[in-house]
Design a protein around this ligand. Structure first.
Ligand SMILES: NC(=O)C1=CN([C@@H]2O[C@H](COP(=O)(O)OP(=O)(O)OC[C@H]3O[C@@H](n4cnc5c(N)ncnc54)[C@H](OP(=O)(O)O)[C@@H]3O)[C@@H](O)[C@H]2O)C=CC1
Ligand SMILES: O=C(CO)[C@H](O)[C@H](O)COP(=O)(O)O
Length: 474
């Protein structure tokens, strides 16, 4: 296939799966001619055949050679494949066919350590590389995702007009931004996903209280979520929780939610976030609890064995013991804590990796297009603009909101604990809140124990320096 100059595409995309296909159509729709390639040729043909009016903007390629030849140099190529070795293999093959100034953009989810490595490898080879996080699922990719860029600024500037054009807009502002060097964009996306896990888990916990504690039907629960979506919790995840709760199964006529197996999948992004939080000693306990809850959910047989052994927890709640409103308020408080931890983690990483992550801009980029978009993120952007270094929980706006809702979080965690209804993420949020407002903690006991068994020393309130105890060991 030999194309004339005017027929060449301005950009290329490899991987026409859920995200890649939607992103390619979005790019085409915004007026950029795009060459596409997919491992399975049939998918490329089908994609082009179904592109409708946009087909003219798409150059379908059945070989990588044709794909490379179809893009105008210096080329920009987006790769939208599963994370890991697959990506390294694709980069390896592609790089061998590209020119030195051709830009490769990994737009899939990636462990930021891998992106750091790939960026270094690209730099050593003198070729440009970007790792960008894209959020919004299939719909977002098609009509406007949130985009978190990472890599050399000069490489970002080459394609920023395209990425901004295809991104979601919040009050006219593009939700696409360069976050910093190397793997920073993928790190921000990873934390986005960690927060996504935590938001989803906390919603699932209040769903459990309504289902198992209050004995509410899925449709009734859906009405509650829909109502909450008109208040401070207004967000995409609450909106879709209402929708999935109200959905019926065509086959059985039952609520679809009631026949979905309670075993959560995961592709690893939440785990990457939790692992990195531990690595950086940044408390992200709500995210960690959410990742653990997914891991635990997959142990279906073990959970069933546990139920046979210990009996299911007594779950029936006295409706008077808890108000539905308290669940909404608990979610508000839990959400604030979770985001405070998420932004704290970003701040720790920014310092550790010398990134200068623009935290207010992270909040801004998350306001539209992405899975965790919510009205609260607008207030977070404002609070972080005032003071990006301050724990979000301590900002005037969120401190006031926490004061109003903390009691309900405590009430919900206490009642669920007493009733045997698991609420690990909400409990983690409450424990963090309580620890963060305890000036005199119990770590003096830990220090004494450490010094006792390992001569690790401790500090004193009344004297500087390192001290040892007069421990009498037998
Ligand atoms: N789904 C989502 O909501 C989101 C996904 N992402 C990320 O986007 C990326 C793509 O995800 P998604 O579109 O959902 O995935 P899909 O499973 O829908 O598509 C995967 C794509 O990768 C191709 N592929 C798989 N294995 C190979 C291989 N060994 N060599 C070459 N091509 C291969 C597939 O080609 P073939 O047709 O030949 O199988 C297909 O085009 C991932 O990194 C994911 O984490 C990011 C944000 C949201
Ligand atoms: O990045 C995403 C959303 O933002 C993807 O949908 C991702 O796959 C979600 O993570 P998991 O599969 O682990 O639930």
């Amino acid at each position: 296939m030999v194309l004339g100059d005017s027929e060449l595409a301005g950009i290329g995309l490899i991987g026409l799966g859920t995200m890649g296909a939607s992103l390619a159509l979005n790019i085409a729709e915004k007026g950029f001619k795009i060459a596409v390639f997919n491992r399975t040729t049939e998918t490329t043909r089908k994609f082009h055949a179904e592109a409708g009016d946009l087909a003219a903007q798409v150059v379908p390629c059945e070989s990588l050679e044709d794909f490379v030849a179809a893009i105008k140099p210096p080329r920009s190529v987006i790769i939208m494949l599963p994370a890991g070795d697959i990506l390294d293999q694709q980069i390896g093959v592609l790089r061998g066919m590209l020119d030195a100034d051709d830009l490769i953009i990994d737009a899939g989810n990636a462990n930021f350590h891998d992106t750091n490595r790939r960026t270094k490898e690209a730099k050593a080879a003198g070729v440009p590389y970007l790792g960008i996080g894209v959020s919004g699922g299939e719909e977002g990719a098609r009509h406007g995702p949130s985009i978190m860029g990472g890599g050399a600024r000069s490489a970002w500037d080459r394609v920023s007009h395209i990425l901004e054009a295809i991104s979601a807009k919040h009050e006219g502002q593009a939700c696409a931004q360069w976050m910093g060097e190397g793997g920073s964009g993928h790190f921000v996306k990873s934390v986005h996903n960690g927060i996504e896990y935590a938001d989803m888990q906390m919603i699932a916990e209040v769903y459990g209280i309504m289902r198992d504690g209050f004995g509410m039907e899925a449709a009734q629960i859906g009405e509650v979520f829909a109502r909450w979506n008109e208040g401070p919790l207004k967000s995409y995840l609450i909106e879709i929780s209402a929708e999935v709760s109200r959905c019926s199964d065509a086959k059985s006529g039952r609520p679809l939610l009631d026949i979905i197996l309670d075993r959560a999948g995961q592709k690893g992004t939440g785990r990457w976030t939790a692992v990195e939080a531990l690595h950086l000693a940044a408390p992200a306990t709500v995210i960690e609890a959410a990742v653990a809850a997914r891991n635990l959910s997959s142990r279906l047989d073990e959970r069933k064995a546990g139920e046979s052994l210990f009996g299911a927890a007594p779950t029936a709640l006295d409706l008077d013991a808890l108000r539905i409103d308290a669940l909404e308020q608990a979610l508000i408080a839990g959400k604030i804590v979770c985001y405070a931890q998420g932004f704290g983690l970003l701040s720790s990483a920014s310092e550790a990796y010398d990134w200068s992550l623009p935290l207010p801009d992270v909040a801004r980029v998350w306001r539209a297009g992405c899975i965790i978009r919510s009205t609260m993120l607008n207030d977070m952007a404002d609070a972080l603009t005032q003071n990006p270094a301050l724990n979000l929980m301590f900002s005037d706006f969120f401190a006031a909101l926490l004061r109003d809702n903390e009691k309900a979080l405590r009430e919900v965690v206490a009642v669920s604990a007493k009733s045997g209804l698991p609420a690990p993420a909400l409990s983690a949020a409450l424990a963090y809140f309580d620890m963060m407002r305890t000036g005199r903690s119990t770590a003096n006991m830990i220090q004494a124990q450490r010094d006792f068994f390992g001569a690790h020393s401790f500090e004193r309130f009344d004297e500087p320096g390192a001290h040892h105890g007069p421990w009498h060991k037998s």
